[in-house]
Structures are given as C-alpha cells and as structure tokens.
Write a protein that binds this ligand. Structure first.
Ligand code: NAP
Length: 304
C-alpha cells in the first residue's frame, strides 16, 4: 500500500537515496530538518530539537516516520562538545518525536528508527546477533539510549522497527570515498592491523531495507543492517585499489598514528566487528550486493 513517509535528517546521505527509492515505489515523501522550505523538490518542515519544537504540519497525513537525524559520527574529532552534539541530536530528537506523537492527534502507524553497529563495541564475537547488550563505549551508550527513547512510541501501539546500521558503502561520502582518496594519490594503505573486520552495507540495500521496514507489517523490533559477508580492512582497501587500477604499496597505518590523526575516532576505525545478518535474512530480505567486490565495483565503476 502506498504511504506518506516523513523522514527526519532526510537531507543527508541515506535520506537522499531513500527519498528517491520511496518516490520510485509510489510513496509520498516529506522531510523534517533544521531548515524549512524545499529540498530535492520535497517539502521540508522545520524542527528545533533544543527548543522542543516541531512544525505540526510535518505530521499531516503521515503513515510512517523514518528517523535518520543525527550529527555525523566521524565528521569531526570527538571533543566533549561534539560528543554532546552526537548524543543530543539522536536522544533528544527521538524523545521530542515521542512526546509530540503522544500529545497530538495523528495518523502515524509505523516508526522506523536508526541505530548503529556501534552498539556492539570495538571487538565483537563471531557473527554477533541482536541480543548482545550494548558495549560500555561512547557509541554503545549513544545507541543504547537512542533505541531506549523509542520505547514510549512502541508502547503507544505504533509498530516500531530499529535498524542497527553498519558502515554504509556509498559514492558520495563515508568509507568508500575516504579510502579511495589516498589510493588515487598512490598513498593508500590499510588501517591499524588491517585484519579487523568491517560489517558493511551497500546504500541501495540499506534503502531497500528501510523500504521493507516501512511496508512489512511483520517487521518489528531490532535488526542488524549489514551484509552477511564482513570483510577485513586490508581486503576492502585492496578491492578499492584494484577497482581504481592503483597499486597498494604502503604498509598499514599503525593504530598510534590513527590516534594522533583522529583522536578517539581511531578506535572506531580500528574496530573489529563481525555482525550477523541472519535475522534480517530470515525476514526474506535478499541483498543485491552481498559481496564487497560487487558493492565496490558498482560504486567506483565510473570514478577511475
Ligand atoms: N552513513 C553511515 O555509514 C552510517 C552508519 C551507521 C549509522 N548511520 C546512521 O544513519 C543515520 C543517517 O546517516 P547519514 O549517513 O545519512 O547521515 P548524514 O548524511 O550525516 O545526515 C544526517 C542528517 O541529520 C541531520 N543532522 C545533522 N546534524 C544534526 C544535529 N546536530 N541535530 C539534528 N539533526 C542533525 C541533518 O539533516 P538536516 O540538516 O536536514 O537537519 C543531516 O542531513 C545517522 O543517524 C547515522 O548515525 C549511518
């Protein structure tokens, strides 16, 4: 059934791709963000999270809310002030959505929220499933509290699904262009030991997953949004170099250098995460890009 979907943080990477996919599937899309007007020709309504304000017009006719908003995790060094922004933009925004929905007549039937595999910490057991408790790290705490703020929404009878998203592979930003940049200059190298596993997902598969969570009434609760085939950092860097026809001659960048360059974010870059995709596959979801070689090929194909 066609729906009207309100996307928070819809001006970002995932929101851009997801809006296009939902329009292709015949849904209507509205956006909620810190600015108002139009974005990509879609209506953009304003919220002010600190002031506890959401334009009530944003909710008109909405069947599903997709909650993506949050300050970029790896955009800046993690100063105390930036950590507060990362935390508050997710926790306070979810709380504001819950509070507004509880105090307003509305038509929202589904809430699809976002979390991250940062939930599981810096070194996971093999094929980690959704039951593992949140790690006692900064990102583990952010994810735990972000997810907890959705409980009142779920308790109010709105079907609530949370995707714990792994490292997103896309052309525009994130892992792929950041690794490709030095590789193109001939100074690419793996990070830390290079042996650490990355649990990743292609942007197209991620958007199909959000679309499924929006329309599949049997989906509820928490799902890891990663492919079934995690890859080592060395292998991913090699695949990117091969795709760009560049040699990879330098040794991996040691963790202590990453620490100097990126501060605490270095821990995230060196994290070893093997996250299971079994639960999402059991819903019948099939990945278009389960293997890193195909995913990287599709994204770097035209950028040599
Ligand atoms: N990309 C990944 O690899 C990845 C991996 C795991 C999880 N995730 C999560 O998935 C979600 C979407 O990711 P993305 O890559 O699309 O992120 P993105 O490109 O950084 O976009 C996020 C959007 O959130 C809004 N936002 C930014 N800072 C904010 C702040 N301080 N307060 C409130 N809103 C703010 C912005 O929208 P407006 O300017 O319109 O307000 C922005 O366009 C994020 O929550 C992210 O943590 C992403």
């Amino acid at each position: 059934m066609k729906q009207t979907v309100l996307i928070t943080g819809g001006t970002g990477l995932v929101g851009n791709h997801l809006s296009k996919l939902l329009l292709q599937k015949g849904h209507q899309v509205k956006l909620l963000g810190r600015n108002e007007g139009r974005f990509n020709n879609l209506p953009l309504y304003k919220w002010d999270i600190d002031a506890g304000f959401i334009d009530p017009k944003a909710f008109e006719g909405v069947d599903t809310i997709v909650h993506l908003a949050g300050a970029g995790i790896a955009d800046k060094r993690w100063t105390d002030a930036y950590k507060s922004q990362i935390y508050n933009s997710r926790i306070l925004s979810t709380r504001l959505l819950a509070k507004t929905l509880s105090g307003l007549p509305h038509s929202v039937k589904n809430f699809v929220s976002t979390s991250a595999t940062g939930w599981y910490g810096l070194n996971t057991p093999e094929a980690t499933t959704e039951e593992l408790p949140a790690a006692p790290t900064f990102l583990g705490t952010v994810c735990r509290d972000w997810e907890a703020e959705t409980y009142p929404i779920q308790q109010s009878g709105i079907r609530t699904t949370i995707l714990r998203v792994g490292v997103v592979f896309a052309k525009e930003s994130g892992f792929i262009p950041e690794v490709a940049k030095p590789v193109k200059l001939g100074i690419g190298a793996a990070l830390a030991s290079g042996k650490q596993l990355t649990s990743w997902i292609h942007i197209d598969d991620l958007c199909q997953l959000y679309a499924k969570a929006i329309t599949d009434p049997t989906m509820q609760g928490i799902y890891n949004a990663v492919t079934p085939h995690p890859e080592t950092n060395q292998q991913l860097t090699t695949l990117i170099a091969q795709q760009l026809n560049k040699p990879l001659i330098l040794p991996p960048v040691p963790k202590w250098v990453l620490k100097i360059l990126f501060g605490e974010v270095a821990d995230m870059l060196a994290a070893n995460q093997w996250i299971s995709a079994q639960k999402i596959q059991q819903t019948g979801f099939t990945f278009e890009y389960p293997k890193a070689s195909d995913a990287i090929g599709s994204l770097l194909h035209h950028t040599k």
